[in-house]
Design a protein around this ligand. Structure first.
Ligand code: UD1
Ligand code: CA
Length: 469
């Protein structure tokens, strides 16, 4: 057992019927990460992964595969017969595996993803201080409809008498504003003793974990409630609309954190920024930008509207003009991208290099100060420093079976509309005449002409027009 005497159970076996989705609810994403992973992240700040028991059932293999890298334990709830039934499986698991029963069990819901470590810590503290058998985290949202309600012995006392599910509320209880968050602390043996007495005699025909509250009170045990500081933190995600509300709340938090660190974000509510993103001070992010995954952006950059940057690293002073798409790219200090550049994986753009309009790159190194400004496809290429890649130049990297490399030396000049048929190399300082089809290596400082000679026929056009009359 953990030194704190706490273990954590996360209920994540439900189907999420209200989502009307093939994907299990806890694998739906907000803030760029599965709901369940958010909850596991928070749980891990309290106990080690070995003390976290994830209850899985619906699409168990898929859920297990998605979160196994976190190192948590799994308890299978093969049939999903309610939240009380979920905890019955934890009890059975402890017995069957001979696991020592932790003194306290913190129960989290896989679909209440914004819970903060501080709040978990405060509910654990209160649980110990109050010497309670059950401590319930609650909130008072604008609209409590759909949630279980927490009935207190008296409004200003922590003691609870019962939790009543929405469908079981009597008319006089409908106005009860305080909701059950689905997050609790239990003294484990007291919880386990009650689990076998739960019944399915209710509106959903399920074993409700929430019924344990009144059962413990009936035994003279202490059941208390503590209100969360922020309502958002305990909101559940039962429908896509609720999930998108949480997504927006979470991303706004991320934007606020970045702004507090000196980043200017215009109209942050229009930007989609994942929690793992880092941005340096004095960088400006314009409206409708998406920064996704483990993206790192340096200081003094400008990211213009409609750019989508994922899993990429940008140095300092980089300009990303409108509408660029970057995926797993590395961009060095002072580079200028776009508008409408597409940097695919393993694109490495050197210091002060330019990648301009409608340029696509993939597995490319573009050296310091090099320019590829208009309508290029550059794939599987190593391009040196100070290279000028003219408009419409294309690396023909694929022969239908294999991919081949193009190498361009420092200071080379590739004339517009040339095709470089790989494998091929252009030496440093060489010139390739516009419109060339280059199939052979070009030596350093040479001029390569790979096109047929032009023939002019004087008067031809005029003669043709005259013949038509
Ligand atoms: C539950 C509470 C309700 C509370 C709300 C807060 C009960 C009976 N009701 O209702 O009082 O206001 O959460 O969000 O507990 N799960 C399992 N196995 C099951 C059923 C559910 O693991 O057999 C998991 C689900 O995956 C989910 C969590 O338990 O992560 C809650 O289940 P859900 O069906 O969403 O309960 P609510 O109706 O939201
Ligand atoms: Ca729920």
């Amino acid at each position: 057992m953990d030194a704190t005497g706490f273990a954590i159970a996360i209920m994540a076996a439900g189907k999420g019927t209200r989502l009307k989705s093939k994907r299990p609810k806890v694998l739906h994403e907000i803030g760029g990460q599965a709901l369940l992973l958010h909850v596991i992240d928070a749980a891990k700040t309290v106990v080690s992964a070995g003390q976290i028991y994830c209850i899985i059932g619906h699409e168990a293999d898929r859920v297990r595969a998605a979160v196994a890298p976190t190192g948590v334990q799994f308890v299978l709830q093969a049939e999903q017969r309610g939240t009380g039934h979920a905890l019955q499986q934890v009890k059975a698991y402890f017995t069957e595996t001979g696991t020592a029963i932790p003194k306290h069990l913190l129960v989290l819901s896989g679909d209440v993803p914004l819970i903060r470590p501080e709040t978990i810590a405060s509910i654990c503290d209160l649980h110990l201080r109050e010497n309670a058998a059950m401590t319930i985290l609650t909130a008072v949202p604008d609209d409590p409809t759909g949630y279980g309600r927490v009935l207190r012995a008296s409004p200003d006392k922590p003691e609870v008498t019962a939790i009543v599910e929405q469908k079981s509320l009597r008319p006089d209880q409908l106005a009860t504003p305080e909701i059950n968050s689905g997050i609790y602390c239990f003294e484990t043996t007291k919880l386990f003793r009650k689990l076998d007495s739960l019944s399915t005699d209710n509106a959903h025909g399920e074993f409700y974990l929430t019924d344990v509250a009144a059962m413990l009170v009936a035994d003279g045990e202490r059941v208390v409630a503590v209100k969360a500081d922020s309502v958002n933190e305990v909101l559940g995600a039962n429908t896509i609309a609720e999930m998108m509300h949480l997504d927006a709340a979470m991303r706004l938090e991320t934007a606020k954190r970045l702004m507090a660190q000196g980043v200017t974000i215009f109209r942050p509510e229009t930007c989609v920024i994942d929690a793992a993103v880092t941005v340096g001070a004095d960088t400006t992010i314009e409206p409708y930008v998406q920064l996704l995954g483990a993206t790192t952006i340096g200081t003094d950059c400008r990211i213009r509207s409609y750019s989508v940057i994922q899993q990429s690293t940008l140095g300092n002073g980089v300009t990303v003009r409108n509408g660029c798409i970057l995926d797993s790219a590395e961009v060095s200090d002072g580079a200028i991208l776009g508008p409408y550049a597409h940097l695919r994986p393993e694109s490495r753009i050197g210091e002060n290099a330019h990648v301009g309009n409608f340029v696509e790159t993939k597995k490319v190194t573009l050296g310091k100060g090099s320019k590829a400004n208009h309508l290029n496809y550059l794939g599987d290429a190593t391009i040196g420093a100070g290279v000028n890649v003219g408009a419409g130049v294309i690396t023909c990297n694929y022969d239908g079976v294999h991919k081949h490399q193009t190498i361009i030396g420092d200071g080379a000049f590739i004339g517009s509309d040339s095709t470089l048929v790989a494998p091929v190399s252009i030496g440093a300082g060489a010139y390739v005449a516009a419109g060339s089809c280059i199939t052979e290596n070009v030596p350093a400082d040479a001029l390569a002409l790979g096109r047929s000679r032009q023939a002019n026929k004087p008067g031809w056009a005029a003669a043709r027009r005259a013949a038509k009359k």
